[in-house]
Ligand binder design. Structure first.
Ligand SMILES: [Zn+2]
Length: 60
């Protein structure tokens, strides 16, 4: 089953609602990034990610 991405925080999940911010998720997303150390990651700064996990780069 394809994962879905949160429209607010880009976090990847298999659920219809994001577990973190409770926003609806979308099956239409592009790119994929795994954030291990959000404090040091340039990508996480750009996407405003503060928790580690898997994220989509772009969500439609
Ligand atoms: Zn979210």
């Amino acid at each position: 089953m394809k994962e879905r991405a949160c429209k607010e925080c880009n976090r990847l999940t298999k659920l219809d609602l994001c577990v973190v911010c409770k926003a609806p998720t979308s099956p239409n997303w592009i790119g994929y990034v795994s954030i291990i150390d959000p404090e040091r990651s340039e990508v996480s700064k750009r996407l405003n990610i503060s928790a580690k996990g898997k994220y989509a780069l772009r969500v439609r």
